[in-house]
Design a protein around this ligand. Structure first.
Ligand SMILES: C[S@@+](CC[C@H](N)C(=O)[O-])C[C@H]1O[C@@H](n2cnc3c(N)ncnc32)[C@H](O)[C@@H]1O
Length: 245
């Protein structure tokens, strides 16, 4: 899809509420995905890492604390400005995943933390991830599962508002879908799992790990997290490796 054809994805107008939400702490990230993503990234000290769709830069800051040399890219100007303000010693570019502003084979690790579903041309983006990685380099991904993005009204509920079952339809059809929460209103993309898997395989990546993380125990600060994700794990994590030459 050309830039001219792309509809406004809502991120410019949603930047301020997004920054506020991240400052407050998103329970899915804080209590479920951060630990999983850091474990999957492994030892990053001295590694050149690019965070694709870095938002206001929270995961860049977390990896930089562990010694990574961070580059963050995001097309939303306000989010990149906030990332730069909070981490002046890292490199940030206002750019899209479909055209990464870094040289071929220059990165040891690519991170995409809940950004694949925001990227309109995910196939080009995944090819770009392959282009910028060194041989043996890795791509660490967190994304929403297709049954989450294909949901029609999340949970069907009874008259007392108890959750009955997860709702979902048209799983196989790729399409944009509106996501609205906490004052944020953006266009995400629903794609079945096979679309992402095929794109990574087609780009030449080898799958190293795949998981659907669920909280190991109740989280008092986020009581819904355990019940929701144990019943329907709405996120997946993946590690894809570039074959060594
Ligand atoms: C849900 S946010 C995640 C931000 C960050 N990774 C985090 O976890 O805090 C999705 C991000 O994808 C970005 N985005 C939208 N279209 C993109 C594109 N074409 N290329 C790269 N990032 C994009 C948005 O600006 C937004 O910052």
């Amino acid at each position: 899809m050309s830039t001219a054809e792309q509809p406004d994805d809502g991120w410019d107008q949603s930047a301020d509420p997004w920054i506020r939400l991240m400052a407050k702490g998103d329970p899915n990230r804080v209590f479920l995905l951060d630990g999983a993503m850091l474990d999957l990234c492994g030892a990053v000290h001295g590694l050149d890492v690019i965070d694709v769709g870095c938002g206001e830069g929270r995961f860049c800051r977390m990896l930089a604390k562990r010694g990574a040399h961070m580059t963050g890219i995001d097309p939303t100007a306000k989010l990149i400005a906030e990332a730069k303000r909070r981490q002046p010693d890292a490199v940030f570019h206002e750019a899209k995943a479909e055209a990464l502003p870094v040289a071929d084979a220059s990165m040891g690790l690519v991170v995409s933390y809940l950004s694949l579903l925001d990227i309109p041309d995910y196939k080009t983006a995944i090819n770009e991830m392959m282009r910028v990685l060194k041989p043996g380099g890795r791509c660490v991904i967190a994304n929403q599962n297709g049954f989450a993005t294909a949901s029609t009204k999340y949970w069907a509920r009874d008259e007392d508002n108890n959750k009955l079952h997860w709702t979902m339809d048209n799983y196989s059809t790729e399409r944009p879908c509106k996501a609205e929460w906490a004052g944020i209103s953006v266009i995400n993309w629903h794609r079945p799992m096979s679309a992402y898997m095929s794109a990574f395989l087609h780009a030449g990546f080898v799958l190293e790990s795949f998981d659907e993380p669920v909280p190991k125990a109740h989280v008092p600060e986020a009581p819904d997290l355990f019940s929701t994700n144990r019943r329907v794990p709405i996120f997946c994590t993946m590690v894809w490796r570039v074959p060594a030459k």
